[in-house]
Design a protein. Structure first.
Length: 194
């Protein structure tokens, strides 16, 4: 079973469009979807529920292997820590930094991103505004889900202002039978680090 709120199409689009081998996901909780399209993902969270989920490595690897879209072996790591309080994260050569629904990821974890690496963020905690102010980052693209498919287009600097002003996006859900439908209305912004 797959759910739209996994945002699988977002990670699929990124993996098809950019050479991403290794990603860092601070504040990940148990959102495993990036591993379906990126061979190595390091997840960081301070919640015990997330630690328990990732503890059973064979089960998590089996889930990833059953849904992955790439040929190399899957790999993941989980770090139980508060990334804001002074991270001792595994390395500083990530191809992708995910700053989605956790605070201060850009401020705390940008040094972990390699030169030429990508930052994917939304403005849920003001990270688009924070990233735009950093001289080592340039906005590349705005990604949005339209009619069930994620698409991206080159970002013009003026287009970031409405995203920043809009702040947190609301998601559309509707009841369908005994379940619900989710529509991702978020504006994601992709930055490149110089």
């Amino acid at each position: 079973m797959r759910f739209d709120f996994e945002r699988e199409g977002l990670f699929q689009l990124l993996a098809r469009s950019f050479p991403i081998r290794r990603a860092l996901y601070p504040g990940s909780s148990v959102h495993l979807t990036p591993s379906f399209h990126i061979p190595c993902v390091d997840y960081v969270d301070l919640k015990q529920d997330a630690a328990r989920f990732f503890e059973d490595r064979p089960v998590v690897l089996n889930l990833i292997e059953s849904r992955k879209s790439y040929r190399p072996a899957s790999d993941f790591h989980f770090v139980l820590q508060d990334y804001i309080a002074g991270p001792s994260l595994p390395g500083s050569d990530y191809d992708l930094l995910l700053s989605l629904y956790a605070p201060k990821v850009v401020d705390s974890c940008l040094p972990c991103l390699r030169s030429g690496g990508l930052l994917l963020t939304c403005n849920h905690f003001g990270d688009v505004a924070a990233a735009r102010m950093m001289p080592e980052l340039e906005a590349l693209a705005i990604l949005k889900c339209r009619e069930g498919r994620y698409q991206y287009r080159e970002a013009e600097s003026a287009e970031l202002e409405p995203i920043i002003r809009a702040g947190r996006r609301n998601y559309s859900t509707r009841v369908i039978g005994e379940g619900f439908s989710f529509r991702d209305e978020e504006n994601y912004v992709l930055f490149r680090k110089f």
